[in-house]
Design a protein around this ligand. Structure first.
Ligand SMILES: NC(=O)c1ccc[n+]([C@@H]2O[C@H](COP(=O)([O-])OP(=O)(O)OC[C@H]3O[C@@H](n4cnc5c(N)ncnc54)[C@H](OP(=O)(O)O)[C@@H]3O)[C@@H](O)[C@H]2O)c1
Length: 276
């Protein structure tokens, strides 16, 4: 069987795509910018390459017809063209799309370039534009481990956080089955989760309470200084101040996988060791 190339294979969703393909008995080739430090399951072929130099992708594409593509800053149009020219027929594209934003919005522009280039490439495509990842709460792991506390703004911020395994499971279906071409899936979790409840559920998974200390926007600016670029911090504070999307739940996980999405309580148990 021809190998499936997984980009972002060292990342949250890509890592799960790799594990699920391996479990399904599929040959997997993984792309990373740093093959020496990538830790991937036995049997996975690891190949170097970067989207910022699309020609560097050519060795990874040899003999490949299906690709899981994560959009990261890079030359989207050149990346899509390189894939199509190498003979790739089917792409699952993990990215982000906010139709309310203009094309040159700094957080949209490169995502949008990837999306448009993929759609124009002639390859079969399936977009995955998920809601907020449960895995983003890993940001809290150090303070939970060291002090039993989470410090964050907007305790009432509520979104239907999504488990990376559900996003990856949809990608795997779209890579291996027909019937997903030209579809855009927007997977979310099965239920709205407020920030302060996510903290409580991490405590329950650990078997000890975890405190939530709500930061004011100014305290959050200080807390995130040096962790995220200033414009990203301001973006977080802007969307946080709007209260989140109030927990909109997408039907896509259940529709594609035929079962409800995995809950945050389940995610917290799956990842408890990282917080312990
Ligand atoms: N986090 C969220 O809540 C959220 C929500 C909706 C959509 N998304 C989208 O989901 C995608 C994944 O985001 P994430 O934050 O979870 O990242 P991630 O997948 O955990 O990590 C990024 C991955 O991209 C690879 N990568 C980075 N730059 C690259 C480049 N120039 N060329 C090739 N590969 C590169 C990295 O591989 P190496 O380091 O091994 O090279 C790494 O595996 C993004 O498109 C993001 O916008 C995220």
């Amino acid at each position: 069987m021809d190998p499936v190339l997984v980009t972002g294979a060292t990342g949250t969703v890509g890592g799960s795509v790799v594990r699920q393909l391996v479990a399904a008995g599929v040959r997997v080739r993984a792309l990373t910018r740093d093959p020496a430090s990538a830790r991937l399951p036995a049997g996975v072929e690891v190949v170097g390459g970067t989207f910022t130099e699309p020609s560097s992708l050519v060795p990874a594409l040899r003999g490949v017809r299906r690709v899981h593509l994560v959009s990261m800053a890079g030359d989207g149009p050149q990346v899509a063209e390189t894939l199509a020219r190498a003979g790739v027929e089917r792409v699952t594209h993990l990215g982000h799309d906010d139709p309310s934003k203009v094309d040159d919005d700094p957080f949209e522009s490169w995502h949008r370039q990837f999306r448009k280039a993929i759609e124009a490439s002639g390859m079969e495509w399936t977009h995955l534009f998920p809601g907020e990842f449960m895995a983003n709460t890993r940001e809290w792991a150090a303070s939970v481990r060291e002090e039993g506390v989470v410090r964050a703004p907007f305790g009432d911020w509520t979104t239907a956080l999504v488990h990376e395994d559900d996003i990856a499971a949809i990608a795997v279906r779209a890579l291996l089955e027909d019937g997903h071409a030209g579809r855009t899936y927007r997977p979310t979790g099965p239920e709205p989760v407020a920030r302060r409840d996510a903290v409580r559920l991490i405590g329950e998974a650990l078997g000890r309470p975890v405190r939530f200390e709500e930061l004011t926007p100014d305290q959050a600016r200080e807390h995130w200084r040096g962790v995220y670029p200033p414009e990203v911090v301001e973006w977080f504070l802007e969307i946080g101040g709007q209260g989140g999307d109030l927990g909109w739940v997408s039907p896509d996980v259940e529709r594609v996988l035929g079962r409800p999405g995995l809950t945050f309580a389940r995610w917290a148990r799956d990842h408890a060791a990282e917080f312990a």
